[in-house]
Design a protein around this ligand. Sequence first.
Ligand SMILES: [Zn+2]
Length: 85
Amino acid sequence: MKNNKCPNCESTEIIENLDLRGGEGNPPYVMVSEPEPPNRPFIWMPKFVRSYIKASVCGSCGYTELHTINYKEMNETYKKGYRSK
Ligand SMILES: [Zn+2]
């Protein structure tokens, strides 16, 4: 969290860098995929970039902030047209 302080209650008791769990036994993630080409070949698999998510939790009020680890590559491919499905 910004300046290691809760934006909700201004506490500095922040629990950092937690794995986000759930999703039928697998950790949740975010993902963007290549758009389908205009002349789609018969066999075509979209390229994709995905990232796991870390959470920070305020130890005073429970406010939770999420952080995507692989944001740089996701941002670069997003600019090339990759999108979430
Ligand atoms: Zn708080």
